[in-house]
Design a protein around this ligand. Structure first.
Ligand code: NAD
Ligand code: ZN
Length: 336
């Protein structure tokens, strides 16, 4: 992960590579045009969840083949997590793997999706079913690119940012982030986006540290799933009910449920859930899942992180101190 402050620095960095093939989210054509001068070729893709499939991967591979990209080529993805996931996978299988790099343009991708080496696409409507673990040669973090991000995308990313600091609050970044985000809500939104640049880097560094310790998710990396077992169930239920709930919103609600379970198991001191609710309110994140726990339970048992009967629930002992506890869904249901 490398911090850059503007397009000029991105161009300068990319110009150090001989053959850059740039794939970008079609919605970011203007941004892409500002770096195309240092690329050998560029290609726009549709970056919706429905496009995150093998078809898109093959389309990129065919494009590389047609242009004669060889093993010295570098595939660069410019976009959010959908674009980086598709491109990371395509680059990992084209000619058995070429170099790839990411320029994430959403907050979620800067603190999460573009880091950690998981590259995958959906299969028959099931998320991230096919993929590889392979780390990019570089991820350029440029908070200034977020100035055009729609509000909802921004807020969704803030849930993952705060999640990182609940996992690791070295330097008191959690409190700093809540303050900055509370303040930024009161400001003119477009200006506020640039202000927590140091926090974006700090959150990205939390993910990098955890992944460096456990790339293949044998232990430590599971902590990054804080709130996610609940969130995946909320997202599935929302899809079935035709409700529009973003991943970040579901994660925010999932973290509140994780806090409640933590308190009821006496892992966390009383008041943790209340504190998080106040913080969520201040930064504009939803706290309450629209579905009662019993409705989420069936889905949670099916979560792909389930291990036999038990599910690895990430619980909170304190801000900056989380622990993975294997629990059955019934045990969790009884606590909620
Ligand atoms: N590989 C991983 O470890 C990992 C981790 C978390 C999430 N993901 C994946 O990431 C995907 C979600 O990614 P996401 O939320 O970053 O975004 P996205 O790629 O879905 O983009 C969200 C929207 O924002 C637009 N957009 C992107 N950047 C913009 C900008 N700078 N200005 C204006 N609009 C912009 C996009 O066109 C799109 O409409 C999911 O598919 C998820 O599975 C992967
Ligand atoms: Zn997430």
């Amino acid at each position: 992960m490398r911090q850059v402050t503007d397009i000029a620095q991105i161009r300068e960095f990319l110009s150090g590579f001989p053959d850059i093939f740039l794939v970008y989210d079609r919605n970011l054509a203007r941004l892409a045009s500002s770096v195309e001068g240092v690329c050998l070729a560029t290609k726009a893709i549709d970056a919706t969840e429905a496009d995150k499939t093998m078809d898109s991967v093959l389309e990129i591979c065919r494009w590389l083949l047609k242009l004669g990209a060889d093993r010295g080529a570098t595939l660069v993805a410019l976009g959010g997590g959908i674009t980086t996931d598709i491109c990371g996978f395509a680059a990992s299988v084209y000619k058995r793997g070429i170099r790839f790099g990411f320029i994430p343009t959403t907050l979620l991708a800067q603190v999460d999706a573009a880091l950690g080496g998981k590259n995958g696409v959906n299969l028959d409507g099931y998320k991230n079913m096919i993929g590889v673990i392979r780390e990019p040669a570089f991820t350029l973090i440029c908070p200034a690119l977020l100035s055009t991000l729609p509000d909802r995308e921004w807020r969704g990313g803030t849930a993952e940012l705060l999640k990182s600091f609940i996992i690791d609050n070295t330097g008191g970044h959690y409190e700093e982030a809540v303050d900055a985000l509370r303040h930024s809500r009161a400001c003119e939104p477009r200006h506020s986006r640039a202000c927590p640049g140091n926090l974006i880097l700090a959150a990205a560094a939390v993910k990098e540290r955890i992944v460096a310790a456990d790339l293949y998710e044998q232990g430590e990396r599971r902590k990054l799933n804080l709130g996610h077992t609940f969130a995946h169930a909320i997202e599935r239920r929302a899809r079935l009910a035709g409700l529009d709930i973003s991943h970040g919103e579901a994660v925010a609600e999932g973290i509140i449920l994780a806090a409640r379970v933590s308190e009821r198991l006496s892992l966390a001191p009383a008041g943790l859930e209340e504190r998080l609710r106040r913080d969520w309110e201040a930064v504009g994140l939803p706290a309450d899942s629209p579905f009662p726990p019993a409705v989420l339970a069936a889905d949670m048992a099916k979560d792909k992180k389930a291990d036999g009967e038990k599910v690895h629930f990430v619980l909170i002992r304190a801000i900056g101190d989380v622990v993975t506890v294997p629990l059955t869904v019934t045990e969790v249901l009884d606590l909620l």
